[in-house]
Design a protein around this ligand. Sequence first.
Ligand SMILES: Nc1nc2c(ncn2[C@@H]2O[C@H](COP(=O)(O)OP(=O)(O)OP(=O)(O)O)[C@@H](O)[C@H]2O)c(=O)[nH]1
Ligand SMILES: [Mg+2]
Length: 675
Amino acid sequence: MPDRRTVAIVGPSLGGKTSLLESIAFVSKAIQRKGSVREGTSIGDFSPEARARQGSIEVSAAHVAANGVDYTLLDCPGSIDFASETYHALMGVDAALVVVEPVAERAMTLAPLFHVLNQFQVPHLIFINKMDRASALLRDVIPAMQAVSGRPLVMHQVPIRSGESVTGYVDLVSEQAYAYRPGAPSDQIALPEEVKERETTARTEMLERLADFDDAIMEKLLEDQAPSPEEIEASMCKDVADNQLVPVFVGSAERDHGVRRLLAHMAQLVPTAAATAARRKLGGNGAGIAQALKTYMTGQGGKLTLVRVWRGAIGDGDMVNGQRVGGVYRLMGAQQQKIDRAEAGDVVALGRLDSTRTGETLAVGDKAPDAPLPRPEPMAPTFAMAIHAQKRDDDVKLSGALAKLLDEDPSLAVDHDHQTNQLILRGQGDIHLHIAFERLKNRYKLPVVAERPKVPYKEAIRKPVIQHGRFKRQTGGHGMFGDVHLEIKPLPRGAGFEYGDRVVGGSVPRQFIPAVENGVREYLVKGPLGFPVVDLSVTLFDGSYHNVDSNEMSFKLAAKMAMTEGMPKCGPVLLEPIWHVDVSAPNAATAKINALVSGRRGHILGLEAKDGWEGWDVVSAQLPQTELHDLILELRSLSQGVGTYTSRFDHLAELTGRLADQIVQAHAETDAKAS
Ligand SMILES: Nc1nc2c(ncn2[C@@H]2O[C@H](COP(=O)(O)OP(=O)(O)OP(=O)(O)O)[C@@H](O)[C@H]2O)c(=O)[nH]1
Ligand SMILES: [Mg+2]
C-alpha cells in the first residue's frame, strides 16, 4: 500500500505558503516550471478572485510524490477573513506545516492558529521562510513564537550567515552543514568555525526538550553520552505525532532553499495516514467514513467536495449519505484528474454531492452517520452588509446563489431584517464579503449593491394620554361609524405591547373590539418618529356605535385616528439597540480597546483574562448597534489583525439630543424618497 499523507500548509498572511507549495511541487518534479503568486501562475490561488488579490482566499490541493511519500498538500489562506477554510482543512490532515516570516513582532498573529492546532491535536512543524532576506535574528523570533505556541519549539536547524545574508544551515540532528546553491540542491560543507558555538547550544537545547518526553534520551544526557541521529529522529517523530513538541526548519520558498531538506524530514516526521486514522480511532475495517473539508463550485456550475477518506473506499457511482458520487478526482490546483476510487488516507474531490456542506461527515451508504466527526466551531460573524441585486428582478436568483455560497463557506450567513426589510450578508470581515460579492458577479453574473445595514431603531413614549377617536362617513345609503376612547400608557423597557379593554355596558359591541386592537397594532408599525413603537399599553375603555353604520372597518379606522392624534402628545422617544460585546485580543491591545469602546459611545463592563489563551484578555462592553458596523476593522488594525469579538443584542436604550434628531430626520428623508 502506498505511503499516503496529507499536510496543510498554514500560517499568517503573506508568509509564503502558496510559494512554498510551488517550490515543493517544483523540487519534487510534480511541475516542470515554477510559477509564482506575483505573476498569477502558481498552482494555488487559481480562482480569478485569488489571482486578482494576489493572496489565497480558499484551500487549494496539490499532489506531489517526494522521498517515497504520496503527499496531498493543502495550501490554506492565511487571512483571518478566510480562517474557516483553513480550520476545516485541518480536520482532514496528518500534519500541518506552519509557514512564518522571520519577524519577531508578528509572532502574535500565530496565536489563533496555534490554538486550533492544539485544540484538535494536529501535529505540526514550522518553516521559517524568507530567510534570503532575513536580517532579523532567530534568537528574537523563536522566543516570540514560543510565547504563543502552547507547545515547546525546537530548532531542527541553525542558519549559517555571511554578513546580512543566510548562506546555508546546519542540521542539528545529523550535525551536517549545507551551503545553499541557486536552483540546485545544497552542497554539504564542513561545519564553519563561527557557527560551532551556536550549533552546540541549539543542539543541547533540542536534546533537553526531547529528554522531557523521552527517558532513554534523558539517561544518555545524564551519562554524558550522545544519542544517535536515529534515536533523536525517532524520539522527535513520536513527540510530533503526539503534538508534544514542534520542530522548526528554515529556508526560502522563493529560492527553493531548505525545501528538499524539509521534505526529507517530513518523510520522517509527518505521521502516515494510517497512523493518524488509528490515533483518531477511525482505522481498521469498519464502515466507510469521510469528512468534507472544502466545497468548490466549479465554473461549469458543478460542485466538487474535497473529502478526507478515513476508512473504507469511495468509488465513482457509490452512495455516500444517500447521494450518488458523480466522479472521483485528484486535484492539482485548478486541474482535475478523474480516478476510479479513493482509498482510506486519500484526500480527493467527489462530484455532485448536492446536499453536502463543508465540514459534514460522510458515511458510505444510504444515510448520514449517527456520530459526526469533530469540526471547527462555527465562526461568529463580525462584519455585515445589506445587499440587493443590481437589477431588482434578480433578487430571487440572488437567494439561490447565496445558498450555494453558504454551502461552500459555513462562515458566511444570510438573514432578512424584517424591520428594515434588508437582506443582510454576514461574514468575517470586509475582504471576506468583498470576495463573496466578486463570486456573485463572476460566477453567477449577479452584481450586487452593498450598503451599510440600517439599524432597527424603535421608539417608545414617556407620558400617558387619554385620546378620543371617531370615524364617521355618510355616503349615499350605508354610512360608517366608529367611536373609541383609548388610554395610552408607557410600560417599562422590554415589556413590549399590551392591549386591553375595559368596556362596560356594550358601548363598543364585543364583535368590534378585535378591530380596535388591529387598528392600534397597524398604527404601532410606525410611530410619530417613524419607527415601530414598543413598551406601551393601549386600553379601550369607552366608545359608542351606530346600529346600522358601525362595522369592523369603522372601528379599526377610529382606533388608528385616536393613535395618530394621541401618540405625538405622549412624549415619543427614540430607542437605540444596544449590544453586549466580548472583545478578545492580546493584552498589549487592551488599553487601546478600552479607548476604542469609549470612543464609540460604549460602556465597559469588565475585563478578564481569556480562558486558555496565555496573554489574551476579554473586554466585555455594551455598544450601540450602529457602532458595531466597522468595529472589527478598527479592532484588527490595533491588534495586528488577531483581535475579534462576539456580540448579542442586549437591550433598547433611550437616545435623545442631536444624534437622535439626526437619525429621525435621516429616516424621514429616506422614507419620503421610498414612497
Ligand atoms: N524574499 C522572499 N519573498 C518570498 C518568499 N516566499 C514568498 N515570498 C513573497 O511573499 C509574498 C507572499 O507569498 P505567498 O506565497 O502568496 O504567501 P501566502 O502565505 O500564500 O499568503 P496568503 O495566501 O495571502 O496567506 C509574495 O510576494 C512572494 O513572492 C521567500 O522565500 N523570500
Ligand atoms: Mg497563499
